[in-house]
Design a protein around this ligand. Structure first.
Ligand SMILES: [Zn+2]
Length: 76
């Protein structure tokens, strides 16, 4: 009985997504958003929160990105 799956999110989040801290909408975490733009945007038109990937916020984003990376490798 081995547990090889890393528990990076235990709040029911899907891979490659994180919750908006303002409206709790699901925000897609993409490589381009993280690496090119350095920020994530909430799609909720009422909210429009922009998450700049500073040190305080990037931990969740990086965690989500790692999950996304794992998912892409498993699909390949
Ligand atoms: Zn939002």
């Amino acid at each position: 009985m081995k547990h090889t799956t890393l528990k990076t999110s235990d709040q029911g989040k899907k891979n490659g997504e994180m919750s908006c801290p303002n409206c709790e909408s699901s925000i897609a975490v993409t490589f381009s958003a993280l690496l090119v733009d350095g920020k994530l945007k909430c799609k909720n038109p009422v909210c429009r929160t922009v998450l700049h990937l500073n040190r305080a916020q990037s931990q969740t984003a990086i965690s989500a990105m790692r999950e996304l990376q794992h998912g892409l490798k498993e699909l390949a």
